[in-house]
Design a protein around this ligand. Structure first.
Ligand SMILES: [Zn+2]
Ligand SMILES: [Zn+2]
Length: 320
């Protein structure tokens, strides 16, 4: 039964890239370079995003780079040689938090990369500066921290609530703090292009578990964009199945908490506008058997008109 419903949901607003790429100048192309929440180092959180029809992307998190581009080439979502695509088409990286599964691909592939910005909250950029690009852990390819500084990457701090252009692209970004195992911080990035928006959340727990109001504040900020029909998609993590005890969530969501947060967001908008938003499920944790349970619980627990997308590595999505 689920198999029948799912393609209908997907084709409602997220199309295969190639056939629809020239349709309008609204919306985004997303190429998932990594979609999982652990274990498989060749498939960890990382999403290339560009305005539809453009090849000037940024990377939302960078857990996996090269293996994901490779897969995207195999699936004909990208054309060319992997290293060249990283060098030429990824114009910058937006890092949600300092955990390795969100930035290992950036570090490992840095020697072959070209000069670009790394965007993040100051506290997140400090982790890159003080824990990774240190010469102890890896050569310092950035412009701050341990000397010598190779200055290939430029840290670009995002102050909460301000909008910044993403250099080399036609997009801008606004950052919001998230709680990921309070007091550890993660980030949501609101990506804008003309009057289209996509919202990417890094790892986050539910407000009630985190004893936080970060998601409540984020929902308040972005609800008007949903009501206006401008926010097209929200990337949100669901790491564990419902059976995971709350005290073992470690700053992550499970389907029950995911739906609970969504109903809070919906209450700030209206039903008609809300059901036009696509929810892209990220960071489901292995093993495969558990991941299947998460997917089942999301599909069976969802309100009828809610659009859920389960991204696959290398498989291009168009968000309208
Ligand atoms: Zn994390
Ligand atoms: Zn993670």
């Amino acid at each position: 039964m689920f198999k029948k419903i799912l393609p209908a949901i997907i084709f409602f607003s997220v199309y295969a890239c190639n056939s629809w790429a020239q349709e309008t100048d609204k919306g985004f192309t997303v190429i998932p370079l990594g979609v999982k929440g652990g274990d498989d180092e060749s498939n960890l959180s990382s999403y290339m995003i560009a305005p539809k029809g453009s090849d000037k992307y940024v990377c939302l998190d960078a857990g996996t780079i090269n293996a994901g581009i490779q897969k995207a080439i195999d699936l004909k979502s990208l054309k060319g040689i992997s290293e060249e695509i990283q060098r030429r088409q990824i114009k910058g990286y937006l890092i949600s938090h300092g955990h390795l599964d969100h930035l290992a691909g950036l570090i490992i592939n840095s020697p072959a990369d070209t000069a670009k910005n790394i965007y993040g909250l100051p506290s997140v950029l400090n982790i890159l500066r003080d824990k990774y690009f240190t010469w102890d852990a890896w050569a310092n390819f950035a412009n701050e921290g341990e000397k010598p500084q190779l200055k290939k990457y430029t840290y670009f701090p995002l102050l909460e609530g301000n909008t910044y252009p993403l250099e080399g692209t036609d997009m801008n970004v606004k950052a919001f703090e998230l709680s990921h195992g309070n007091p550890y911080k993660s980030t949501a990035f609101l990506i804008g292009h003309n009057d289209s928006y996509a919202l990417y959340l890094g790892d986050t727990g539910a407000d009630e578990i985190e004893k936080s109001d970060k998601l409540a504040k984020l929902w308040q900020n972005i609800a008007p964009l949903i009501t206006a029909g401008q926010l097209k998609a929200i990337f949100l993590e669901v790491s564990f199945p419902n059976e995971q005890p709350d005290k073992l969530l470690f700053g992550h969501l499970k389907p029950k908490l995911f739906f609970n947060e969504l109903s809070k967001l919906e209450a700030l908008t209206n039903e008609k506008a809300f059901k036009k938003v696509s929810f892209i499920i990220t960071h489901v944790k292995p093993p495969q058997k558990t991941a299947e349970i998460v997917k089942r619980q999301l599909i069976s627990g969802k309100p009828k008109d809610l659009k859920l997308i389960f991204p696959e590595q290398g498989k291009c999505l168009t968000i309208n």
